[in-house]
Design a protein around this ligand. Structure first.
Ligand code: LLP
Length: 425
């Protein structure tokens, strides 16, 4: 459920008509609903009630300061994957002991930053990383709390580019090697082993792969404890999928996911962390765009929008489906017609949808891409010198620009022409 609904024929974000925001900030833009973000966070928090737990928002899905502040105020932790994300989380007021640091390629500088600033735990993905982290911690006179990310060799049954739990993926250490690597970790002077981490992929629409992975983690917990390790925390990753189409998708609910977690690891007495991103932010955001032209092609009609693949890359990159709906509610029973919906960028990959049935649309009409709050703005670029589009947050009847659209001058001013080229003209 989200808070983007038609009222009196117009699409609203909570109590604000999206068309009003479009008039004020121009198109395209992202708009997030605070009520939806909070609701989704609480679904997870409630699903784990009764267990010692922390919901760490995977901020790679949406890292705007306003979004982070909203979730941090709810008590959320953060899952970060770079020094930049760590700094953003801290800037949004998230205490270090609520931040977990994931990722296969943390640099020494990033480790130092987190150790100095405060960190709940590092999720370590390789032996070289373990050694580097120990060395950095020793140089600072501290120990680094760690979980080791194990790769359970489970098929997450999701898009190949976002599956992470198979042995051929670059993530984690093979679970079969875990005993040896934990022994190595325990012997390192800068390392404090606190738990186990697993994450098998994103946009999972079944619980079964989670269940297989978590069963392996539960077994490993018992094995490692028998080896003398004090395993007191389990990070079970993110990845629960969302419905991208209103009609026919019903991925498992956080409630069922929470019940599964309790069933698989509830008897171990561990503190549990999860790292959901998409389910919290995905359906809490839309991208609003305007039809520039309606172009009749050979046997097909193109809707050319002012939004493009640089603004929302998921359709080009993962063949992802986003529902696209007009801001003005179509009359009941209106006949739909197929359109190819494209952006202005100069490559054929800049296609949002092919032969998508839509109510009739004309130049100047506004449309909203649903489910665009996760992996939307954060993956945007300025390809074709199209400035990053603004982000807006709605809460009740209030709204605010939470990242402005840069002017063309600001965009160009970030480049530096070396002095030897300055006099060229
Ligand atoms: N934890 C780790 C270690 C991850 O790698 C990810 C996502 C998450 C948590 C959050 O997963 P989520 O709950 O959001 O599914 N750009 C792609 C998705 C990439 C996901 C990468 N890792 C997309 O637009 O579909």
């Amino acid at each position: 459920m989200d808070h983007f609904l038609y009222r009196d024929g117009a699409l609203f974000a909570e109590d604000v008509p999206l068309a009003d925001i479009a008039s004020a900030v121009g198109t395209p833009f992202y708009c997030y609903s605070a009520a939806t973000l909070i609701r989704h966070y609480r679904l997870f928090d409630d699903a784990l009630a009764g267990m010692d737990h922390l919901v760490c928002f995977a901020m790679k899905s949406n890292s705007n300061q306003a979004v982070l502040r909203l979730l941090a105020a709810e008590g959320a932790g953060m899952d970060v994957v770079s020094g930049g994300e760590y700094a953003r989380a801290r800037a949004a007021g998230v205490p270090g002991d609520r931040i977990v640091f994931s990722g296969v390629g943390k640099t020494g500088d990033e480790m130092r930053m987190a150790l100095e600033g405060g960190i709940r735990q590092f999720n370590v993905e390789s032996e070289p990383e373990l050694q580097m982290l120990s060395a950095v911690a020793v140089s600072l006179g501290v120990t680094a709390p760690i979980a080791i990310r194990v790769n359970p060799d489970v098929d997450a049954k999701t898009h190949a580019k976002i599956a992470t739990g198979k042995s051929e993926n670059k993530f984690g250490i093979p679970i079969a090697r875990a005993v040896a690597v934990y022994a190595e970790a325990a012997a390192l002077p800068g390392i404090d082993v606190v738990g186990i981490d697993v994450h098998i992929g994103s946009q999972l629409v079944e619980l079964e792969p989670f269940e297989r992975a978590y069963a392996k983690v539960a077994d490993l917990t018992r094995t490692l404890r028998a080896e003398g390790h004090d395993i007191r925390r389990l990070d079970l990753g993110g990845g629960l999928g969302i419905p991208y189409t209103r009609s026919n998708e019903a991925p498992p609910l956080p409630r069922d996911y929470g019940a599964l977690i309790k069933r698989c690891v509830g008897d171990l007495g561990c503190e549990v962390e999860i790292e959901p991103g998409r389910l919290i932010s995905g359906n809490a955001g839309v991208m609003v765009s305007k039809v520039i032209y309606l172009k009749s092609g050979e046997g097909r009609d193109f809707l050319i929008l002012d939004g493009a693949m640089n603004d929302l890359v998921r359709p080009s990159m993962y063949d992802a489906h986003h529902d696209i709906v007009p801001l003005r509610e179509p009359a009941a029973g209106v006949e739909q017609q197929p359109y190819d919906i494209v952006g202005p960028v100069c490559e054929s990959g800049d296609t949002f949808a092919k032969q998508r049935p839509m109510p009739p649309l004309a130049a100047g009409d506004l449309v909203a891409f649903r489910s665009a709050g996760a992996y939307g703005a954060v993956m945007a670029s300025e390809y074709n010198s199209r400035p990053l589009i603004p982000e807006v947050l709605v809460q009740g009847d209030r709204w605010a620009v939470i990242r402005p659209r840069p002017s063309l001058e600001e965009m160009i001013a970030r480049d530096i022409v070396p002095d030897w080229l300055q006099d060229a003209d």
